[in-house]
Design a protein around this ligand. Structure first.
Ligand SMILES: [Zn+2]
Length: 182
């Protein structure tokens, strides 16, 4: 910690005490003699998921795996494919280097990968994740698959870092805007 007054790189601790969430240290700059305070806090390495209702929940890979296994149940997938998918997503999430990630971003990451892995698993997952309210929306998703991705890009995939609420709006608009297939 550099001195905030002269930016000298070294200081001595003149007082140290425990506070509720860490350690408070009173320091004195070795160059200019100014005094300043630093706080040392424990930084959790955990990754938090911001849910649709804005609540935070620690990322749980087992939960992700459960969802994936449900979607991939009885599908002719190579052994370990589902675990690998969960591993890949976990690695990518941590690689993003963010402390909090909207659940919609994770959902889109799953959808993107499931689409390449198995269409039925993809539709199953989508039916839960997108919470299709009627058969038309589900049919459109299937049409999108049949007609190819370039014809119906997922708006949410292009805007992965919007807050969940805005994502919802985009998704709604996307659903209403489509429906010209068939
Ligand atoms: Zn100083």
């Amino acid at each position: 910690m550099n001195c905030p007054y002269c930016h000298y790189h070294d200081s001595k601790v003149i007082d140290s005490r425990d506070v509720s969430d860490g350690i408070r240290r009173r320091r004195q700059c070795l160059a200019c003699g100014s005094r300043f305070t630093t706080y040392e806090r424990l930084q959790l390495a955990g990754l938090f998921v911001i849910k649709k209702d804005q609540r935070r929940e620690e990322f749980n890979k087992d939960k992700l795996l459960t969802g994936l296994r449900k979607a991939c149940e009885k599908r002719p997938l190579p052994t370990g494919a589902v675990d690998k998918l969960a591993d890949d997503i976990e690695v990518e999430l941590y690689r993003m280097g963010k402390a909090e990630i909207p659940s919609a971003v994770i959902g889109d990451m799953v959808m993107e990968r499931l689409k390449k892995l198995d269409y039925i698993a993809y539709i199953r997952f989508a039916s839960v994740y997108r919470q299709f309210t009627d058969i038309t929306a589900l049919k459109q998703e299937i049409d999108n698959l049949v007609n190819g991705e370039e014809k119906a890009p997922r708006l949410t995939s292009q805007l992965p870092l919007l807050p969940a609420e805005e994502l919802e709006t985009v998704t709604e608009r996307g659903r209403r805007g489509g429906g010209k297939h068939g």
